[in-house]
Structure formats: C-alpha cells, structure tokens
Design a protein around this ligand. Structure first.
Ligand code: PLP
Length: 418
C-alpha cells in the first residue's frame, strides 16, 4: 500500500505546494478559513469508504453502527450550538443545502424573494441560470443606494406586491446585520416562509457575536467552512415542524450517500465552535474587519477613490468600493496578490463594470484571525492594503511587510500532510 508521494507524485506535489502557498501568503478571502488538524484527520479517514444512505438508526446499508455515532454527535452538537430544534448535517455543500431547503419549502413555479446577486446575494437565492432562478419565480430586493443597506420598508413593499412563498435573508457580500425580526414579521404579513442563509456569519452567531436567525426563521441553512471554520460542506437547521420535510428533501430528494468523513469532521468543528477560544477568535475576526474598514476610510484612501461600502462593517468582511478609483476590481485583486494578500474582486451595488471585472473587493478577516492575528497585526495588514490600493508605497516594500506577518504567525507549523 503506497503513500501518495510514491503512488502519485504529481498530486503529492500539489498538496505540498498548496500548503506552502497557504503558509506564505495572507488569506483574506472572506469565505475561507483554516481548519484545525483534527478536521483534516477526520476528513482524511477511512470513513470515506462507508455508504450510509438514510439517517442514524434508519440506514439502507449494513455496517453503519460506527458512522451512526458520528452523525448523531454532529446533529446533537449543531442543535445545541445554535439552539435549534432540528439539524440535518448531510448536505455536501452550501448550494446543495439551499437546493434542499427550497425543495422542502416550495414547489417549482412558486415565488422566492432574495437579495439580488448584484447587491450581495448568493447564486442560490435566485440567479437566472442557477437552479433557484430556473425553478422558481424570483423577486429580488436590493440595497438602498444611499446607505448601502437593505431597507426593510422596501423589502415589505416588494413582499406585498410579489406575494412570495419563501423569503430568504442572507448574503455573500454584505457588510451589515440583517433585521431577522423584521423579516419574520413581513413573512407573517404576506403568508411567506422565512429561510435564513447564514453561510457567511454562522461562526459569529455560534460565538454569540451576531444576532441569531434561529428563533425567527422556519429554516436556517449554512456552510460549515466559512466563519464556522469546519470542513467544506453544508448544514440545515429547522423548526421541528419542518424536520421531516427537510430530511427527505436532503435524502432522497437531493443526495444519495452522505459523506461520512465530512460529517465526522463537521462534528469536530462544531465541538471547537462551542469553546471560549473560538469565541475569542470570532471577536478578533470582527475587530480586524472594523480596523480594516477604518483604515481604508482614512483620508488618503478616500482621496484616491477607495471607499468602504455602507461606510463600515458589522461583520467579518469589508466591501471596498472602487467605482471612483483608478483601479478596477481585477486590477486591485492583482495588486494585492503581488504583495502576498489573497482577496476576491466583487461587484458593488449598481456596479458600472461587468461581473468579470467589477469595481469592488471583498476582504475578510476570518482566516487571519484563525492564524492568530489580533489588533496589532490587523492594523499592519490594513495599512499595507491601504497603501497598495492608493499607490502610496512600492509593492516590493509591501510584499516584505506581508511576508514578515506570515512569518510572525506561522500556519500548520509542523503539519505532515501524508
Ligand atoms: N450561501 C451563501 C450565502 C454563500 O455565500 C455560499 C458560498 O459562497 C453558499 C451558500 C454556497 O456554498 P458552497 O460553495 O458550499 O456550495
């Protein structure tokens, strides 16, 4: 039985090179994080060999006695962490979780009301060629151009007109809290169901540092790999009355065999998410985003057309508005890449540039907080980003500053991948 280095040196080289890239650069993609070694171990385990269609104690395959234990632990931990009545831990990803949610709550042709993709919503909330846009009628709400925020009066007016079956509250690129109680009352007023997709802010919710949607929503979906810092996968929480429909929408409605190695890794991540250390890390994540927003709004940045959408942040990311800057989103992403910082370009509301170029950047702090960054390091990286975007320093000197930060906060220090 050969190791990967002997059996497949081409792929072994990719694993080595990617570990080195993650160690050497500073990761500020808002949807990424670094999982603990224990999560890597669970995901790289023999549980990948096991078929377990069905649910714990009700499987369609033999030999599920051990994986049943892992899945039940994951379910119990998810319910406890978020105070939910029901949890389904089987979705392979956030997108499949969302497809299952809609499968459970609505029928093709029903109306789904979600935040427009161009204003920070997700593909699965109604984009035209996504399953959501193809199967459901879409009524999209937007952010208010003056404030950069979702205006609940406008949401209510649209809901009264569109009479949606389901309203989804959640986002991929929006720097503020949503008012879940207001969404609930609008849903009740128009007879809609409320689904919250907390993929981005689930870690903040787990830490008690962001309002929880769980008391307000019929169903809450999330990814596990963003602020929650677990394996790449999805999770659905629901009120008890939706439990059966959600479970059957996931399996057999949406998926076949669950990924038991990933479910075991989810259990590990959910354990970590209940600790004081995790809470402190989420606080550093929020503090880092606030420092970044403040620094980018400093006078020299403003004069060069670098603005912060909505004027700040309540969460783990900053949406940088480059509409008035010399740089477009692609150029800004490339410049930060050159200095050793990884981010993604992102459309800003009413973006004049096409989606492949954009006039914005989405910059997040979760991965660096996991790496150990605190106020001091976030202040330094915020300075580097501001200088890079405003042309205030030569890129070589900035690259040295990011390299020094990466050295000061080593990642996966003595990790043996295989
Ligand atoms: N929902 C939201 C709000 C997201 O931001 C994302 C991912 O970007 C997803 C769902 C989909 O998750 P995945 O990429 O795991 O399918």
């Amino acid at each position: 039985d050969q190791s990967i280095a002997d059996l497949d040196p081409d792929i072994a080289r990719v694993l080595d090179a990617e570990l080195a890239r993650q160690q050497r650069t500073l990761e500020m993609i808002a949807s990424e994080n670094f999982v603990p070694r224990a999560v890597l171990q669970a995901q790289g385990s023999v549980l990948t060999n096991k078929y377990a269609e069905g649910y714990p104690g009700k499987r369609y395959y033999g030999g599920c006695e051990e994986v049943d234990v892992a899945e039940q632990i994951a379910i119990d931990r998810a319910k406890e962490l978020f105070g939910a009545e029901h949890a389904n831990v089987q979705p392979h990803s956030g997108a499949t979780a969302n497809a299952a949610v809609m499968h459970a709550l609505a029928r093709p042709g029903d109306t789904l009301m979600g935040l427009s993709l161009a204003h920070g919503g997700h593909l699965t909330h109604g984009m035209k060629i996504n399953f959501s846009g193809r199967l459901y009628d879409i009524a999209a709400y937007e952010v208010d151009p003056a404030t950069g925020r979702v205006d609940m009066d406008a949401v209510r007016a649209l809901a009264l007109e569109a009479k949606p079956k389901v309203i989804v509250a959640g986002w991929s690129a929006y720097p503020r809290h949503l008012d879940f109680a207001a969404f609930r009352s609008i849903a009740d007023e128009v007879g809609a169901l409320l689904w919250v997709d907390m993929a981005h802010f689930a870690g903040l919710v787990a830490a008690g540092l962001h309002p929880s949607p769980v008391p307000h929503a019929d169903v809450v979906s999330t990814t596990v790999h963003k602020t929650l810092a677990g394996p790449r996968s999805g999770l659905i929480l629901a009120k008890e009355e939706w439990a059966k429909k959600i479970d059957s929408a996931v399996f057999p409605g949406q998926q076949g065999g669950p990924l038991m190695h990933v479910i075991a890794a989810k259990a590990v991540a959910l354990k970590v998410a209940g600790t004081e250390d995790f809470k402190a890390r989420q606080q550093r994540t929020l503090d880092g985003a606030r420092i970044l927003a403040e620094r980018l709004q400093a006078a020299d940045a403003r004069e060069s057309g670098v603005k912060v959408a909505s004027g700040g942040t309540d969460v783990h990311l900053v949406l940088v508005d480059l509409v008035e800057s010399k740089l477009d989103g692609q150029q800004a992403e490339d410049i930060l890449h050159e200095v050793g910082i990884t981010v993604n370009r992102n459309a800003v509301p009413n973006d004049p540039r096409p989606p492949r170029v954009t006039s914005g950047l989405r910059i997040g702090t979760p991965a660096l907080a996991t790496r150990g960054f605190g106020d001091e390091e976030f202040t330094e990286i915020a300075d580097v980003i501001a200088l890079a975007l405003t042309g205030g320093a030569d890129l070589e000197s900035l690259r040295k500053r990011t390299a020094a930060l990466a050295d000061a906060k080593p990642l996966y220090a003595d990790l043996q991948q295989y």
